[in-house]
Design a protein around this ligand. Structure first.
Ligand code: GLU
Length: 917
């Protein structure tokens, strides 16, 4: 039996004259709650009605999409004086019923989404106006600032539902694409979803039936579309009635809309009546959450219809008339009821209800909700007059919760770059994360311990850190940008370009670009290597000290009275005194002392002895320092450095055939290319562009080139430090050219960036990162091999600063000697003046005059002789002396002088001995 007509009235005739008959069409596949809501609505409406105005219902169940049955049934019912028809739900049935209702002028109430307003005059649709719904969708998209989206639709109807939005996107330069969920109707949506994944679209609008919704979302999860990067907008107004809790933890941003507010007390009360909870204590929200829009609209429609009847009853009860489909008659009050419905407003389970004159619902409220970890949360409301109103932003607590990494699992991208990530060597087969070791592995392990997250390492197949090629990011950065990895860690340099595409944590290591090159070769033996222990300024100071001290001996000797001695052999009353410190003797004395050979000259007076002592001390220190430093120079090897920095590298590159380069497509090359303000760097960048053969794809190849040829490899200092610990023929040349750091790359706007940065900071301050660095740089995998070689003794010439002190001691000693000499000199003048009874002035004058006769080392003993006599007795000049010799002068003084001339003293002169005899 195709038609099941249930007559709830005991006596049909009775009904005709008492109350109103209304028919409800339900289809076999319909939600049973719809029929129940119809029943409950009539029952509750009748509670406020007088018996003669009571509503009676014809509850009709017809097959879906069967317009013939629908039409026949409607014609049967028109004979029963029905004054209103509710339903059905399938489109062809609706059209059939609507045709009859229109012909018979019987109000036809719909609760389904229809493309556009009802076509025929007596139809009214309680479902929100499609163009207003489109306006709501547009408001949401604009609020989220989506610049692109893909509509996943189920069938023609759902595509039509989204057509307004797609048109809007087209007019507003928003890239909108459409994809049918399941063309074959096989229940497999994965093919379409995989396609979406490939296109990298992150903004999805899903329009499908409520029955398929959960399966679609599950399959989204299966193909990897349910991560924090994805944004979903569910257009189905019943989505919230499904169990969405499995997606609460997905981190995907899922937003839905609904017409029924399940938190409203009215909704909860009615839904409890419709669904009849088994247990009185059952949470009302359980039943409310099952209330679908069609059910609620059916309930609202009956009540609004009942209200209109009540209004009309005040002056004329709108009883129905028995109508035959094959007769031209119609119900004369039909349009009155319809017009009254169109001009009235009502508030029901689905909020405010108003219609436009085409019978389409023009007033309604939408609630926007998000599926968060805490459950379904209403975040905004929308109504046809005021538009969107955001009511709830993410609370701080929720945000913090979202940022938490605890118990989440992340895909961590690594590269097999020593020592950041390496394959672990083991005798047995390793699986999972155990396969890798290195700095990055240890660091992630420490971070995971701090933040409580799980991780899976994935190796970047091409080993590239990533750079921008033709507008697309390659390597690790590309993987993170495209969401295939949650984080990337290796020697990944933070650069401004990369920071625009991904988020970096604070750097876990600081470094700069430097040069890796062969250690300098041994220098050939130096002809003047004996001079190396002292720097030039020390040698100059030494020479000056020598001259000053020699001169001091000469001058002090002349001034100092005690240095004028009785010539050998001693005579009781000598007529003259001699002085051993002639200029030549003074120089010879200083030389003998300096070369530690001594001389036969021995100072007599205290001041000269003092100066001698100081000079000997000076010499002792200087000679010891020289000897010690000479030993170091002989032990250490001096090296020839081809270049010491970038400037000298460029100057010498051609002359010495030095090649240079950096890792191809790395941050180092990027650094030179971006250093537009530095000519040297620009020249290097030019060279790198022109010489791809000098740009190894891998650091290992660069290191090998540096070992095997004259190749300067621009590399990051951290990696150079690692390399020179293991390749003893290589060294770092010059200072760092810049300052930068390595960071962990995360997806742009990642909520975990701050947490990871803080954790890195913690590990840095606790010294944990330095510990890991030491382990992988200096201890493991051949670390520390070249440390001994690094500490080769090196000798540096002693410059003035190293021996400054001893110079001061010498200066001080000499000055003291001078002071003492002057003192003795003056005391001596006093003594002579007293003896000769001459004034001090006279004595001083005589002594000073004698002092400046530098050509004489023989001094007359002062007595009562006049100055003229003295003048005569003075030793003669060089010319005179030869003369006096020839004249056989008997003067001992002349003899003495002529004999002592070569050295300026007389002590051991045999000629003098002979003469004095
Ligand atoms: N660390 C560099 C990068 O992230 C690679 C090595 C280099 O360029 O020297 O690209």
């Amino acid at each position: 039996m195709l038609i099941r007509l249930t007559l709830f009235c005991v006596c049909f005739q009775l009904i005709r004259c008492q109350g109103y008959n209304i028919a409800g069409f339900f289809e076999e596949n319909d939600n049973e709650a719809n029929a129940k809501a119809f029943e409950v609505a009539i029952a509750t409406a009748n509670t406020n009605r007088k018996e003669e105005y009571a509503l009676s219902m014809f509850n009709v169940i017809i097959p879906s999409q069967n317009p013939f049955v629908a039409m026949n049934t409607t014609c049967t019912l028109t004979k029963q004086s029905i004054i209103g028809v509710f339903g059905p739900s399938s489109l062809s049935n609706i059209h059939a019923v609507q045709a009859v209702c229109d012909a018979k002028e019987i109000p036809h109430i719909l609760t389904k989404w229809m493309n556009g307003p009802p076509k025929l005059g007596t139809a009214l649709n309680f479902y929100p106006n499609p163009s207003l719904l489109t306006r709501a969708y547009i408001d949401f998209i604009q609020e989220w600032k989506w610049k692109t989206f893909t509509c996943l639709y189920e069938d023609d109807e759902s595509l039509l539902r989204l057509s307004g939005l797609i048109l809007f996107a087209k007019e507003n330069s928003i890239v909108a694409t459409v994809e049918q969920l399941d063309r074959e109707n096989s229940g497999n949506f994965r093919d379409a979803l995989k396609k979406i994944r490939k296109t990298n679209q992150k903004f999805l609008i899903i329009d499908c039936s409520n029955d398929n919704l959960i399966e679609v979302l599950v399959q989204c999860q299966q193909v990897g579309l349910m991560t924090q990067d994805y944004h979903y907008f569910l257009t189905n107004l019943d989505a919230h009635t499904k169990d969405l809790s499995p997606f609460q933890w997905s981190q995907a941003n899922i937003t839905g809309i609904r017409l029924v507010n399940p938190d409203s007390a009215y909704v909860q009360e009615i839904s409890q009546t419709i669904f009849e909870p088994e247990d009185e204590l059952e949470d009302p929200s359980v039943t409310t959450s099952r209330l679908e829009i069609e059910t609620a609209l059916t309930y609202d429609a009956v009540h609004m219809f009942s209200d209109i009847l009540s209004k009309m009853e005040e002056y004329h009860p709108p009883y129905g008339a028995s109508l035959d489909c094959y007769q031209p008659d119609s119900w004369e009050l039909g349009y009155s009821v319809v017009n009254l419905l169109k001009t009235s407003s009502h508030r029901g389970l689905t909020g405010p209800i108003e219609f436009d004159n085409q019978g389409s619902r023009s007033a309604f409220n939408l609630q926007m909700y998000e599926i968060r970890e805490s459950g379904i949360t209403t975040v905004a409301s929308w109504n046809s007059s005021e538009g969107l109103n955001i009511t709830k932003k993410h609370s701080e607590a929720e945000d913090l919760g979202k940022d938490s990494m605890r118990n989440k699992t992340f895909t961590v991208l690594i590269t097999l770059t020593d020592p950041y990530g390496m394959n672990k060597e083991a005798s047995e087969q390793l699986v999972g994360n155990d396969r890798y070791e290195g700095f990055s592995i240890d660091l992630i392990e420490e971070l995971a311990k701090l933040e409580g997250f799980n991780y899976t390492f994935v190796v970047q197949a091409d080993g590239k850190n990533g750079n921008k090629e033709n507008g697309r990011w390659t390597g690790m950065i590309g993987e993170v940008v495209e969401g295939r990895a949650d984080m990337a860690i290796t020697d990944l340099t933070i650069t401004s370009d990369r920071a625009e595409a991904v988020d970096f944590t604070s750097p876990f290591m600081n470094l700069g670009v430097s040069i890796l090159f062969q250690k300098p070769s041994k220098a050939p033996p130096n002809f003047f290597s004996f001079a190396q222990p002292f720097a030039l300024d020390t040698w100059i100071a030494l020479a000056v000290a020598f001259l000053i001290v020699s001169l001091s001996f000469f001058l002090l000797g002349r001034i100092c009275p005690d240095e004028w001695t009785n010539p050998y052999p001693c005579v009781e009353e000598p007529e003259y005194l001699i002085n051993q410190f002639s200029l030549a003797n003074a120089v010879w004395f200083a030389t003998g002392a300096m070369l530690q050979q001594g001389s036969e000259i021995a100072p007599i007076a205290i001041p000269t002895r003092l100066v001698s002592g100081v000079w000997w001390f000076f010499v002792l220190i200087m000679v010891s320092s020289y000897t010690a430093n000479l030993a170091s120079f002989l032990v250490s090897e001096s090296h020839v450095e081809l270049f010491t920095d970038v400037k000298s590298l460029l100057e010498k590159a051609d002359k010495h055939n030095i090649r240079y380069g950096a890792k191809a497509k790395g941050a180092t090359l990027d650094f030179f290319e971006k250093s537009t303000g530095n000519e040297l760097h620009q020249e290097i960048a030019r060279h790198m562009r022109e010489h791809p053969e000098d740009m190894p794809g891998d650091n290992k190849v660069g290191v090998q080139m540096a070992e095997e040829m004259k190749y300067a490899f621009f590399m990051e200092s951290t990696t150079i430090e690692y390399t020179i610990q293991r390749h003893c023929s290589l060294t770092i040349v010059g200072d760092r050219l810049d300052e930068k750091g390595y960071g962990i790359a995360l997806k742009k706007d990642s909520p975990y960036r701050t947490r990871l940065s803080l954790a890195i900071l913690k590990l840095q301050t606790s010294g944990e990162i330095e510990k890991i660095r030491k382990k992988w740089w200096e201890e493991r995998k051949g670390g520390g091999q070249c440390t001994g070689a690094e500490n080769d003794p090196t000798a540096t010439p002693l410059d003035l600063e190293n021996v400054e002190g001893i110079f001061y001691v010498t200066i001080f000693g000499t000055i003291l000697g001078i002071v003492l000499v002057i003192f003795e000199f003056i005391v001596n003048i006093f003594r002579i003046c007293r003896k000769l009874h001459i004034s001090f002035r006279e004595g001083l004058k005589r002594e000073i005059i004698f002092f400046f006769k530098f050509n004489s080392n023989v001094k007359p003993v002062l007595d009562n002789r006049s100055e003229e006599e003295e003048e005569k007795s003075e030793p003669r000049s060089e010319s005179n002396r030869s003369k006096s010799k020839s004249e056989k002068s008997k003067s001992v003084r002349s003899h003495a002088e002529s004999e002592v001339r070569p050295y300026g003293f007389v002590i051991s002169s045999p000629s003098l001995d002979r003469l004095t005899e």
